[in-house]
Design a protein around this ligand. Structure first.
Ligand code: PHB
Length: 389
């Protein structure tokens, strides 16, 4: 009799404990795992994303959907070989509710697989790997940035529109480079041009000299370049130092000149790029964002800061709809999928594959600003080839 009594009391206690744990999980802080690079050529990009994300959370009083936000961080080093382990540190060790990351496409593909396996919500604040909103698309995976195809395609439209007939491309030899060159080629050749040669070097190498010599010898009408972060700084300076600035027009997706202008100086002046953001989008929304960012961090935001900020806005849209209850997964994902994000870039919606449908701007470097001079393509949607949701 005594044993039965003890068992009954034990069972009640266990049930009560389970109920408290469940209630706690939906009432304590939301655990946000930031998986970003804080070392290597993309370190500055990771820093800007984190600042942008935290700025939006701060604007909401430190809470989203009524719940405090608690951060966990991992330096992913932009190293795809460590992506699964790093993602699992956040998912399994820290037990995060949502993953935010990353910059590098190869690392993001590893994160997407880990998110899919564990059913963890993933919001990507930069990496454009086409596959993530293509064959790897999933109901718990979203992007606040772009697919690599998009800025490549937009730049191809601008280059063809200028009447250039031959182009060479130059980029790092990894997923993002290949994807974006594909987008450029598609638009440039549709517009009557021809890509004559693709040049590349391993990520994150910056020994450009031999490739610049080839470009100088072949003198195409235009060169399309994808580099970002520290590599973009070095490329633009080497291009000018090689004397190419006055002989071959250089264009790029806007990453070539975003967050980099102070370091690039005179070498970047006049460069024309296409991107879904620019420094001088003169709207109340963008001005407010830029002012608040400058006050908080004593720095100007760039495209990466904006994407981090919008990743937090997307998370907020989902959490507000379920009043912070992340166990209501279907409602959470549905709310993010149908949100209209009031972004500093201009409002955007998400495609069926969860990638922003957005305008691409033409920008020209003047001083330390990427000044918007026109629209390259309005409401550009990634083709989402291979996505079956
Ligand atoms: C990418 O790896 O997808 C990537 C990295 C840096 C950028 C853009 C795309 O600026």
């Amino acid at each position: 009799m005594k044993t039965v009594f003890t068992f009954a009391v034990g069972a009640v206690a266990l049930a009560a404990l389970a109920a408290t744990t469940a209630a706690h999980a939906q009432s304590g802080p939301i655990k946000v795992g930031l998986m970003l690079p804080s070392s290597g050529t993309y370190a500055a990009l990771g820093d800007m994303i984190e600042k942008g994300f935290k700025l939006h959370v701060q604007e909401q009083g430190g809470k989203l959907g009524g719940r405090e936000i608690q951060y966990f961080t991992v330096d992913d080093e932009s190293d795809p070989s460590k992506a699964t382990d790093n993602a699992n540190k956040l998912i399994k060790r820290d037990n995060v509710d949502v993953l935010i990351g990353t910059v590098h496409s190869g690392v993001a593909v590893g994160m997407a697989k880990a998110a899919k396996e564990s059913g963890t919500l993933l919001i990507i604040p930069n990496a454009g790997a086409d596959a993530i909103t293509g064959p790897l698309c999933a109901k718990n995976i979203f992007r606040s940035s772009f697919s690599n195809w998009q800025p490549g395609y937009a730049t191809g439209v601008v280059a063809a529109g200028k009447g250039y007939k031959t182009a060479m491309t130059i980029t790092w030899n990894y997923g993002a480079g290949a994807d974006t060159v594909k987008g450029f080629r598609e638009a440039f050749e549709k517009g009557g041009g021809k890509v004559t040669k693709d040049l590349n070097l391993p990520f994150p190498n910056v020994e450009f000299q031999a490739l610049l010599t080839q470009i100088a010898a072949e003198k195409p009408d235009v060169v399309y370049a994808f580099f970002a972060g520290g590599g973009a700084v070095k490329f633009v300076k080497d291009w000018a130092a090689a004397g190419l600035k006055n002989s071959v027009p250089l264009m790029g997706s806007g990453f070539l000149t975003d967050g980099t202008l102070a370091a690039q100086g005179a070498a970047a002046q006049g460069l024309i790029t296409a991107l879904h953001y620019g420094d001088e989008i003169n709207t109340p929304r963008n001005n407010d964002f830029r002012n608040k960012f400058a006050v908080a961090y004593k720095a100007n935001p760039d495209v990466y800061a904006m994407q981090g900020y919008d990743a937090a806005q997307m998370l907020a849209a989902g959490l507000n709809a379920v009043k912070g209850d992340m166990s209501k997964k279907d409602a959470l994902y549905a709310a993010i999928a149908k949100a209209k994000i009031d972004s500093p870039r201009g409002p955007f919606t998400l495609s069926k594959a969860h990638n922003p449908v957005q305008d691409f701007y033409v920008r020209e470097v003047r001083g330390e600003y990427n000044v918007v001079t026109g629209i390259a393509v309005k409401a550009l949607a990634d083709p989402a080839r291979g996505c079956k949701m």
